[in-house]
Design a protein around this ligand. Structure first.
Ligand code: HEM
Length: 406
C-alpha cells in the first residue's frame, strides 16, 4: 500500500472485512517506515513506532517519560490532559512512580492472585448459572459483555479494592466515557470530576472504617503514617478501578468471539484444558486491545535503530503492530494457541510500567474462557458478525455488545 507523506492520524480502524486484524497500515509501516510521524488531535505530531524491537527499546528506556505534564507529551484526549492533579502512577516517572507502585505491588503478585482463583471460578459459575436461566436467549440472544465479560473483572477489582459493587453502573458508565475516543472533551472532563468526587467520598468513608482490602490497607499502612495523602489514595483507586475492568472485559469478549468462530481451536482446548494458559497468551498477542499507545515523551536526544528522537518529541508505541512483527512471531497474523513464544508478547507493555494487574488478568481470562468452553460448547454469535458493534471508537478495542445463543 502507499503510505501518506504528511503525518496522518494514528491508524485505529481494522480492515473492513476482518474486525480481528489491527489496522492494515501497520504492515507497510513496519517494512518501509518503522518510525514515522502521526498527527495528533491538537494539531501537533508524534513518532509512531511499529516494530517490536523498537517498541521494547523505547518502553524499556526511562529517558522516555510517561509524565503527561512534560512538554511534548503526545496527548490523545483520553490521557487525562496535562493536569497534575490526581494522576495515577501510570503517568509518573521514577522516583515517584517507583515509590507509589511499590505500595501495591504485593497485592497483584502471582501467588496472591492464584489464591483468588477459586473465588474467581465461583463468581464465573454464578454468572454462567444466571446466563443459563436468562430468557433472552431465543429472542436476539444474551449479551455476553453484560452477562459475563464485564461483571467478572468488575466484581473482582471491586472486591479487592473495597469499592461497593452496587455502584458498578456508576463507575462502568464513567470509565466508558473516560476511555471513549469520540465523546466531547467537556463530557470527558465531567466524567473525570464525577469519578473523582465519588472516590473522594469513598476514601473519606474508608478513613473512618478502613476494612481488609487494598484501599483499607493503603489508608492504614501508608496514609496514616504520612507517606501518602487522601488524594493519592483516591488516585490509586481511580487507576486500579479503570485499569482493572475495561481491559480484561474486552479481552474476554473478543477472545470468546474468536473461539466461537474458530471451532477447531475451541475443540482442541476442550479436549486438552492444559492448553488454556498458552491460549490466553496467544489471544493477548493476537488482539492487542490497547490501540492508542502506550505513549511517551523523550527527555533527551535518543537514537532508536539509527533514528534520532529529540528531547521533547512524543512517541506512540503501536503495540498491536509490534505483536504482529514477523521477525519475532512467525506467521504472525495466524492465531496459534500452541505458539512456542506467545508469552513474549507486549500486550501488557514493557519496562517499568508493564501492567501491574497482568497476573490477575491472566487468571480471569483463563477461568472465564475455560468455563465458557466447558459449559457452553455450542455457544455462537446470535447475529451476523457485521452486526456486532466493535469498539473502533474506544482506546481499548473489543465489542460494545456481543449477543450470543447456544
Ligand atoms: C487484558 C487485560 C489488560 C491489558 C491488556 C493491560 C494492559 C496494560 C498496558 C499495556 C500497560 C502499560 C501502560 C504503559 O506502559 O504506559 C498497563 C499498565 C497497568 N495496568 Fe494493565 N492491562 C490489563 C489488565 C489490568 C488489570 C486487571 C489491572 C488491575 C488492577 C491492571 C492495572 C494496571 C496498572 C496499575 C498499570 C500501570 C502500571 C505502571 O504504570 O507501573 N491492568 N496495562
Amino acid at each position: 500500500m502507499t503510505l501518506p507523506t504528511a503525518p496522518a492520524p494514528l491508524p485505529v480502524a481494522p480492515p473492513s472485512d476482518c474486525p480481528f486484524e489491527p489496522p492494515i497500515e501497520f504492515t507497510a509501516l513496519r517494512a518501509e517506515r518503522p518510525i514515522s510521524k502521526v498527527s495528533l488531535p491538537d494539531g501537533s505530531w508524534a513518532w509512531l513506532v511499529t516494530r517490536y524491537a523498537d517498541i521494547r527499546a523505547i518502553l524499556g528506556d526511562t529517558r522516555f517519560s510517561s509524565d503527561t505534564t512534560v512538554h511534548g507529551y503526545p496527548l490523545s484526549g483520553m490521557t487525562g490532559g496535562p493536569s497534575t492533579q490526581n494522576r495515577g502512577f501510570i503517568r509518573m516517572d521514577p522516583p515517584e512512580h517507583t515509590r507509589l507502585r511499590r505500595m501495591v505491588t504485593r497485592e497483584f503478585m502471582v501467588k496472591r492472585v492464584e489464591a483468588l482463583r477459586p473465588e474467581i471460578q465461583r463468581l464465573t459459575d454464578e454468572l454462567c448459572d444466571a446466563m443459563e436461566r436468562a430468557e433472552g436467549r431465543e429472542r436476539g440472544g444474551v449479551d455476553l459483555v453484560e452477562a459475563l465479560a464485564l461483571p467478572v473483572p468488575s466484581l473482582v477489582i471491586s472486591l479487592l479494592l473495597g469499592v461497593p459493587y452496587d455502584d458498578h453502573t456508576l463507575f462502568q458508565r464513567l470509565t466508558g466515557t473516560l476511555l471513549s475516543r469520540t465523546v466531547p472533551d467537556a463530557e470527558r472532563e465531567a466524567a473525570r470530576v464525577e469519578l473523582r468526587d465519588y472516590l473522594d467520598e469513598l476514601v473519606t468513608a474508608k478513613e473512618a472504617d478502613p476494612g481488609d482490602d487494598i484501599l483499607g490497607r493503603l489508608i492504614v499502612e501508608q496514609q496514616r503514617t504520612g507517606e501518602i495523602t487522601h488524594d493519592e489514595v483516591a488516585a490509586f483507586a481511580a487507576l486500579l478501578l479503570i485499569a482493572g475492568h475495561e481491559t480484561t472485559a474486552n479481552m474476554i469478549g473478543l477472545s470468546a468471539l474468536t473461539l466461537m468462530r474458530d471451532t477447531e481451536t475451541a475443540e482442541r482446548l476442550r479436549q486438552d484444558p492444559g492448553l488454556i494458559r498458552g491460549a490466553v497468551e496467544e489471544l493477548l498477542r493476537f488482539h492487542s486491545i490497547i490501540r492508542n499507545g502506550p505513549r511517551r515523551v523523550a527527555t533527551a536526544d535518543i537514537e532508536i535503530d539509527g533514528h534520532l528522537i529529540r528531547a521533547g518529541e512524543g512517541v506512540v508505541a503501536a503495540v498491536p503492530s509490534g505483536n504482529r512483527d514477523e521477525s519475532v512471531f512467525a506467521d504472525a497474523d495466524r492465531l496459534d494457541v500452541q505458539r512456542p513464544n506467545a508469552q513474549h508478547h507486549i500486550a501488557f507493555g514493557y519496562g517499568i510500567h508493564q501492567c501491574l494487574g497482568q497476573a490477575l488478568a491472566r487468571v480471569e481470562l483463563q477461568v472465564v474462557l475455560a468455563t465458557l468452553l466447558r459449559r457452553f460448547p455450542t455457544m455462537r454469535p446470535a447475529v451476523p458478525i457485521e452486526e456486532i458493534p466493535f469498539r473502533t471508537d474506544m482506546s481499548i478495542y473489543g465489542c460494545h455488545t456481543l449477543p450470543v445463543t447456544w
